[in-house]
Design a protein around this ligand. Structure first.
Ligand SMILES: NC(=O)C1=CN([C@@H]2O[C@H](COP(=O)(O)OP(=O)(O)OC[C@H]3O[C@@H](n4cnc5c(N)ncnc54)[C@H](OP(=O)(O)O)[C@@H]3O)[C@@H](O)[C@H]2O)C=CC1
Ligand SMILES: N[C@@H](CC=O)C(=O)O
Ligand code: NA
Length: 368
């Protein structure tokens, strides 16, 4: 019997933080379970260091991040990286585990060179509408694939579900819910529906960062921009050409006095002095027998997108969420008045990396 040939796909990884490390561990397990195609990691970098060799030899990533810290290489500039990956002679998938706008802006370049992309980074898909168009045009032209499931709801099947609804001809009329793992965690612990417990707002923010739920700079969660980015992505997939995440009303929870904080660390240090503001927001809802939660909605017919605080009865499913759970309801013509609902952890390294790894599997099934 003839031996089965083992095809090879090269993998390049940018970003090795909370999500990147979990992705690497899932990749190792995947490679062990599935001998074909052979997955060869040829490039890994953080913002400071890179591991690669000019002859595209497989990187042994078992001793990371210490080997990476000891590497003499700085990351390749992105156009050089596109050359390096585009000339390897093998199909290549770039995994962007950063929240970098620069890396996101280079997606059309990579895709145009035939390099597929999987990523939890929201910046490319929620940036200027022109970038969105360039990304999908470059992919269509070269045949490279681009998947970003974890850019909304972490590993929850939010994007794939919305694409399936649209691609099968359903009409999405409204999307609403809790889209931030950080905001969900903060309000579920600061203002639980049970009424008991509830730590100080600033302490809960610190905890959310330690648990790996927040953006690298937690102000990007608290100013509502992270949710606005997710709604921009979903609105575009539902057919609304939203120009940017700042083109609709977004409520910020950053105290006015801290808007000019020089860094995320300075912001966290000064936040305890403003706990009374969130205590008042919580108390106001309690006086009405409700809890406050941070939500978003897209009304496709009226083209209205909004992000901010709302009060909910204690019996409402949004009031009863736990931990970092997201809940996302899709109202469509087919589903009528009972929406299709997706609920579960919406932040955290492992669940986010799961979305990235499953995107990689989708790409492999099409290119290898
Ligand atoms: N954490 C979560 O629950 C979720 C995260 N996401 C998204 O996943 C992505 C990663 O998040 P997370 O792992 O938590 O973030 P981290 O801050 O933990 O890690 C980011 C990594 O990216 C690297 N990096 C940043 N900029 C660059 C650059 N220009 N070139 C190379 N490397 C760079 C950083 O390197 P260095 O260490 O040198 O700075 C670091 O290794 C983000 O886009 C986030 O929005 C999506 C859903 C959920
Ligand atoms: N910071 C984000 C991470 C996932 O997108 C969140 O809290 O939801
Ligand atoms: Na998702």
């Amino acid at each position: 019997m003839a031996a089965t040939s083992v095809r090879q796909v090269n993998i390049a990884i940018i970003g090795l933080g909370g999500v990147g490390k979990c992705f690497l561990s899932q990749l190792e397990q995947l490679a062990a379970r599935r001998p074909s195609p052979k997955l060869v990691v040829t490039y890994i970098c953080t913002s400071k260091k890179a591991l690669y060799s000019t002859d595209h030899v497989a990187i042994d990533f078992r001793d990371l991040p210490s080997t990476l810290a000891a590497s003499p290489h700085a990351p390749l500039p992105l156009p050089k990286l596109a050359d390096f990956l585009g000339t390897s002679g093998s199909k290549t998938v770039l995994v962007d585990n950063t929240s970098s706008q620069d890396v996101a802006d280079a997606y059309p370049l990579f895709l145009g060179r035939g390099i597929s992309i999987v990523t939890p980074n929201k910046k490319a898909f929620s940036g200027p509408y022109k970038l969105w168009q360039d990304i999908f045009a470059a992919a269509a032209q070269s045949g490279a694939k681009v998947y970003h499931e974890s850019s909304v709801g972490a590993g929850l099947p939010v994007i794939s579900t919305l694409k399936d609804l649209v691609d099968t001809g359903d009409e999405v009329t409204k999307i609403e819910g809790v889209f931030s793992g950080t905001m969900s965690f903060l309000f579920n612990s600061f203002a639980p529906a049970s009424g008991s417990g509830g730590g100080r707002w600033s302490a809960e923010v610190k905890k959310a960062k330690e648990l790996g739920y927040t953006e690298p700079d937690p102000r990007d969660d608290l100013n509502g921009l992270d949710v606005a980015r997710k709604l921009t992505i979903l609105a575009r997939l539902a057919g609304l050409p939203v120009e940017s995440p700042t083109s609709f009303p977004v409520q910020s929870l950053i105290p006015k006095e801290l808007e000019s904080a020089a860094s995320g660390d300075e912001f966290l240090e000064k936040l305890p002095a403003f706990d009374a503001q969130m205590e008042e927001t919580k108390a106001e809802a309690e006086r009405e027998g409700k809890v406050v939660r941070f939500v978003g909605s897209i009304d496709v017919a009226t083209k209205q997108v909004r992000v901010g605080l709302e009060k909910f009865d204690l019996s409402h499913p949004i009031a009863a969420l736990k931990g970092s759970d997201n809940i996302i309801s899709f109202y469509t013509k087919r589903y009528g008045s009972n929406p299709l609902i997706i609920q579960g952890a919406g932040a955290g390294g492992d669940v986010t990396a799961m979305g990235v790894t499953s995107d990689l599997l989708k790409v492999l099934s099409q290119i290898a």
